[in-house]
Design a protein around this ligand. Structure first.
Ligand code: SF4
Ligand code: SF4
Ligand code: SF4
Length: 233
């Protein structure tokens, strides 16, 4: 499916409110017609995760492992899930915990063999061949996301091998409820603000996380409670 058609599918899905009644209309969201225009490779790229429609099915993690050849034990996508309230009025809230592609990335600063570097669209990528498994990055990451398995460090690399070809990352194209999108950080922030306005119009809460932490992140999130409830910085 072309990128344009995929975006159209997401719009149609949200218009139908199919995500377990969690959403209504995502009208006029200004979804980018192309995920990556040639000139945007110099702009910071970002994933956008909309937790108001995530069902925590982990299809994203499986797609990530398959696409990138990561071992099953490497959980490149985790969720921090919070249960709020008392029975029967219990609400569940979650935040995706995977590499946030920090602008100010301590993992890059501490790696003794320069195995992590800024790549296409300022996505922070790991060279597994160079990694010596010392776990310095594990200790330095404020989000606790790098995982060392058999002396190799695994984390989200932003599927740069796909985005360089103008394709969406595997987790984005796999999510059955279209909770993920990908584009420039600026586009994703604009899209998030519009979505939050929709949620508020429906009497729901929505918060944008990621523009300020670590000097700006390459994984923005719409959370359904204030982000400081989670183990975020
Ligand atoms: S962007 Fe690619 S590497 Fe990162 S979590 Fe999604 S599928 Fe995995
Ligand atoms: S989230 Fe952690 S692993 Fe990812 S870029 Fe930031 S410091 Fe590095
Ligand atoms: S585990 Fe690998 S990527 Fe992390 S700091 Fe050590 S050598 Fe660098």
């Amino acid at each position: 499916m072309s990128e344009k058609n995929k975006k159209q599918s997401r719009r149609e899905f949200l218009k139908k409110g199919a995500a377990f009644g969690a959403v209504s209309v995502l009208a006029g969201t200004g979804l980018s017609s192309s995920v990556l225009q040639a000139e945007t490779s110099t702009e910071k790229l970002a994933l956008l995760k909309d937790h108001s429609i995530c069902i925590e099915c982990y299809a994203c993690r499986v797609a990530c492992q398959n696409e990138n050849g990561f071992p099953d034990i490497a959980r490149t996508i985790e969720f921090e899930s919070l249960e709020m309230g008392n029975y029967p009025d219990v609400e569940y809230h979650r935040a995706r915990m995977s590499c946030f592609h920090c602008n100010d990335a301590p993992c890059i600063d501490v790696c003794p063999v320069d195995a992590i570097e800024k790549g296409y669209g300022e996505l922070n990528i790991t060279d597994i061949e160079t990694c010596i498994g010392c776990e310095e990055c594990v200790a330095a990451c404020p989000f606790d996301v790098p995982q060392v398995v058999d002396e190799e460090m695994y984390k989200c690399n932003g599927c740069t091998h796909l985005v360089e070809k103008d394709e969406d990352p595997a987790c984005v194209s796999t999510c059955p409820t279209y909770t993920l999108d990908f584009g420039t950080q600026r586009e994703m922030a604009e899209q998030a603000e519009e979505r939050i306005q929709e949620l508020e119009a429906e009497g729901k809460e929505g918060y944008l996380y990621g523009l300020e932490a670590q000097d700006g992140l390459g994984l923005l999130m719409i959370t359904t409670i204030e982000p400081d409830h989670f183990s975020l910085v």
